[in-house]
Design a protein around this ligand. Structure first.
Ligand code: PLP
Length: 435
């Protein structure tokens, strides 16, 4: 049975005011709730798996700041470490031991990179990785996949045109056509298209960039065979393979998707979890590749706040928790149980809904297809069902990211009790969506 909408008076008033300050009232577009009902909820506080909005409504949160909060909100270890480090100042623009500490934590527990460079966002990590690949290979073209998001760097705000292998068309105003012309776009999970692209642009492709676990346009899980093929075709062609692990890094295991699939990319990019909720990104590779970066190499890349001590502190505290024995096993078992209960419910009711999952990531796909591995397989009309579900869940105290193309995250702070109440809310919401 439908229940009344929650009160959003204070959030709505804040949003009205925000619209006078910021384009669309927000500092990042998806926050504007354009794809779901109502105005954006303004969040006042988070603790563990719960958040509270300006009207005092409480939610179990599955957005988790879009992924960084794998330990949940306001985690005591992260908070304490940040507060301790802050006593000594916020930024020096000179090296600190904290950068070494975070690098050591990562490099000694990740077989896939030998050197790393910290930056301040995922976008910056990707942008730098692309420049590195171009500088290293002395080639200009890059290849990306339809349905993968890599931040808002010009070269990657590019979508497929029509045809098997296409020059990209920019997906944002302000991206020069000449930039988009350097980006080739192909469908995911299509070996033939990949081969055709390498044939057509022989000796010209500096890098292939992929989210090895594509999680920005639904959850488009790829087969290991396909990723392996990608590895091989890059090696054959002297092209660098970039795994963009801004979401999957430290999420599906400490070694991310590279570890999950056992595939060695040439460059890896990180963001989100690596900064414990503060703005950190990073890229890493073999020492040989990384030594092409300035000041030793000729590829320039810099940052005023790169390796910021407060942000490093948050990363150190968060990643240290992830390295504790059984961390990922427990998180994944919790997620698997949650997802299976919903899958069973859906199967029993015969609803056209699939819940795809990997690690502690899940995605609701309103479809009857058994698998969805390309962006083209997603029916835009199915998002109307997500919109209905989102409203019902908000009214029942469950917060999912405000778009059906976004995945949900489970954190270590989600208790079994949280997941039980969420399941009930989901079952009731689905009964309404499909009624
Ligand atoms: N790459 C991937 C795979 C992402 O998911 C994102 C952000 O969601 C980015 C890059 C960009 O990261 P940021 O938003 O920190 O700039």
């Amino acid at each position: 049975m439908s229940i009344p909408d929650i009160s959003r008076e204070k959030s709505a008033a804040l949003y009205e005011r925000a619209k006078t300050y910021f384009p669309g009232g927000v500092n990042s577009p998806v926050r504007a709730f354009k794809s779901v009902y109502g105005t954006p909820l303004f969040i006042e506080k988070g603790d563990g798996s719960h958040i509270w909005d300006a009207d005092g409504n409480e939610f179990v949160d599955f957005c988790c700041s879009w992924g960084p909060l794998i330990l949940g909100h306001n985690n005591a270890s992260v908070r304490n470490k940040v507060m301790e480090v802050m006593q000594n100042g916020m930024s020096f623009g000179a090296p600190t031991a904290l950068e070494n500490e975070l690098a050591e934590l990562i490099l000694s527990n990740n077989r896939f990179i030998e050197k790393i460079r910290f930056v301040s966002s995922g976008t910056e990590a990707v942008m730098s990785a692309i420049r590195l690949a171009r500088g290293y290979t002395k080639r200009d073209k890059i290849l990306k996949f339809e349905g993968c998001y890599h931040g808002h760097t010009d070269a990657l705000l590019v979508k497929a045109g029509s045809g098997l292998v296409t020059f990209g068309e920019s997906s944002s105003a302000g991206v020069p056509k000449a930039f988009a012309d350097e980006t080739i776009v192909v469908s995911l999970n299509d070996m033939e298209a990949l081969r055709a692209a390498f044939d057509e642009f022989k000796g010209q492709i500096a890098a292939v960039i992929i989210e090895p676990i594509p999680a920005n346009n639904g959850l488009l899980l790829q087969s290991k065979d396909y990723l392996q093929y990608l590895r091989e075709i890059c090696t054959e062609n002297g092209t660098l393979l970039i795994f963009d692990e801004v979401i999957s890094g430290f999420r599906v295991g400490f070694e991310g998707a590279a570890g999950y699939y056992g595939i060695q990319p040439d460059i890896l990019t990180y963001g989100k979890i690596i900064g414990g909720g503060l703005p950190v990104g990073a890229y890493g590779a073999s020492a040989e590749v990384m030594d092409h970066i300035s000041p030793v190499g000729s590829v320039y890349q810099a940052g005023t706040l790169s390796g910021n001590p407060v942000a490093m502190a948050a990363g150190i505290a968060q990643l240290s928790e992830l390295l504790k024995p059984g961390f990922y096993e427990e998180l994944q078992a919790k997620t698997a149980g949650f997802v299976k209960a919903i899958q069973d419910f859906v199967a029993e009711r015969g609803y056209n809904l699939k819940i795809f999952t990997v690690g502690s990531i899940f995605w609701f796909a309103f479809t009857d297809q058994e698998a969805i591995s390309t962006a083209e397989q997603i029916d835009p009309l199915s998002m109307l069902k997500f919109k209905e579900m989102h409203r019902e869940l908000i009214n029942r105290g469950v917060y999912l990211g405000p778009s059906g193309y976004e995945v949900g995250f489970i954190s270590a702070a989600h208790t079994l009790a949280d997941l039980e109440t969420t399941k009930t809310a989901i079952f009731d919401s689905l009964d309404i969506v499909f009624s």
